[in-house]
Design a protein around this ligand. Structure first.
Ligand code: F0G
Length: 459
């Protein structure tokens, strides 16, 4: 028997965490208390938590066993050596600087590579990545293909860089003002969309003519590798590890949030090939994170991450992971719900503009949709639209084309039955869509506002 209704789990459950389903009255009360911001809900008030796939993963028995082997020496921990070996082996970068999570690596990379007035091109922004680039004095420029901004376009590699946009930017500002191209694999804000190997090769080719470096945001690189295997001609019979090594051969280093494709709850790193850059990074990591041999992580956490990186590069695991996300997307598509297509690697993104065409973007339709889904079902999701995009240097709201809600699937945590509950919750929000009004700010912080801002409904 090898045909299944859906690809079954390549693991079994060894430990459980009981969940409580709050009543509708409790949910209505909880979202009001949270200022209509799902980030401010208590975890206890949530039934199925699809806020993020970041740090919410289930570790394997092998990873948990690794925690017991933590070498908690202040310097020279053997778990750091294991992490370093794993990154060298899987990604091919020479030097590894551990950090407490991805943004710790982004902070250091931005500080050592950017000078004020620089321009950093990238395949769409990510919130923390751009914040660190801006804090270091750079301006971010989006050079992703236009298809990425169109939720209905079925392009198989919507994460690709538009080479004409990149060339035009180099011509406009000059290569001296571009410290590196930030290459995210996959592209979170576009819907978890992958970059093709052909595009990575072409970006490398173009930038090397000008001496511009390519730095990867490797956060979901294993998922990107699996998409290449599934979609790109010539890669069907290649192994994930081989694909990963080729992907990273087209760059000079990476930042990594281990909380995603490291399948751990905390941790990250910065990696590179250039020794001088490595020395600059170690000089800063001691200021912001810790010794270059732990960088904000316990020895046990580095061991869990080293093992998780290998598990994430396993095709059986990845195929199930991508299928599970696609299962949720396909059920929603069948129900006529507007979602970003194709379905990405870590999440299904709902198109809030089509839910609430009557709510102007300045009244935060996606923020309201996330609140409504929670009220309907106890499922927690996240806004990825105008609130996440923040304000520009003049203090005006940025208006991203994509006004989305993200249903993010943690790795190895939920079953298909859970996903069916999510489908019902989203359907209920869809059926009630005409009765929903917009929101206004009650409190708005200056940076990364989506985390802590509060709202109230406009009556
Ligand atoms: N880059 C990407 C593409 C990310 O998705 C994230 C985090 C980071 C960098 C920063 O890593 O959280 O370890 O500091 N994304 C989380 C999310 C927060 O929910 O998408 P971090």
């Amino acid at each position: 028997m090898d045909s299944y209704k859906y690809r079954p789990e390549p693991y079994r459950i060894k430990m459980v965490e009981p969940l409580v389903i709050p009543t509708r009255a409790q949910r209505e009360e909880a979202i009001k208390r949270a200022g209509y911001n799902t980030f401010l809900l208590s975890s206890e008030d949530v039934y199925i938590d699809l806020l993020t796939d970041s740090g919410t993963n289930a570790m394997s028995d092998n990873q948990w066993a690794g925690l017991m082997l933590g070498d908690e020496a202040y310097a020279g921990s053997k778990n750091f050596k294991h992490l370093e070996e794993a990154v060298r082996d899987l990604y091919g970068f020479k030097y590894v600087v551990p950090t407490h999570q991805g943004r710790g690596a982004e902070n250091i990379l931005s500080k050592i590579m950017i000078k004020p007035g620089d321009i950093v091109p990238g395949n769409m922004y990510f919130t923390t990545t751009r914040a660190h680039q801006e804090l270091a004095g750079a301006t971010f420029r989006d050079v992703i293909v236009d298809e990425a901004h169109d939720p209905d376009n079925e392009h198989p590699f919507k994460g690709n860089v538009d080479l004409n946009k990149l060339q035009a930017l180099i011509d406009e500002v000059g290569p001296e003002r571009i410290p590196y191209v930030c290459m995210a694999v996959t592209v979170n804000m576009a819907g978890g969309q992958p970059v093709s190997m052909e595009n990575l090769r072409a970006v490398r080719e173009l930038t090397s003519r000008y001496g511009i470096k390519v730095m990867f945001d490797a956060t979901r690189c294993a998922e990107n590798a699996c998409f290449i295997k599934h979609r790109e001609p010539g890669y069907k019979d290649k192994g994930i590890r081989e694909i990963l090594r080729e992907m990273f051969s087209y760059g000079d280093g990476c930042t990594m949030s281990g909380k995603k494709d490291g399948i751990v709850n905390i941790g990250g790193f910065l990696a590179m090939n250039d020794h001088e850059l490595y020395q600059k990074a170690t000089a800063l990591v001691v200021v912001y994170e810790g010794m270059p041999s732990y960088g904000g992580m316990a020895g046990r956490d580095m061991e869990g991450l080293a093992r998780g990186l290998y598990e994430a590069a396993d095709y059986g695991y990845l195929a199930h992971r991508l299928d599970q996300v696609k299962y949720l997307g396909d059920r929603l598509i069948e129900a006529g719900i507007p979602v970003v297509r194709p379905i990405g690697g870590h999440a299904v993104f709902l198109n809030a503009r089509k839910f609430y065409p009557h709510i102007p973007q300045d009244q935060f339709p996606a923020q309201m949709l996330a609140a409504q889904i929670y009220i309907e079902s106890g499922v927690r999701s996240m806004e990825r639209g105008i609130v996440s995009a923040g304000r520009d240097e003049h203090g005006n709201n940025r208006h991203p084309k994509l006004e989305l809600v993200r249903l993010t699937i943690p790795r190895r945590v939920y079953t298909y039955a859970h996903l069916d509950v999510v489908v019902d919750g989203v359907k209920a929000a869809w059926e009630n869509r005409n009765n929903v009004k917009g929101l206004r700010f009650v409190y708005e912080p200056p940076v990364l506002r989506f985390f802590t801002s509060r709202f109230e409904p406009i009556e």
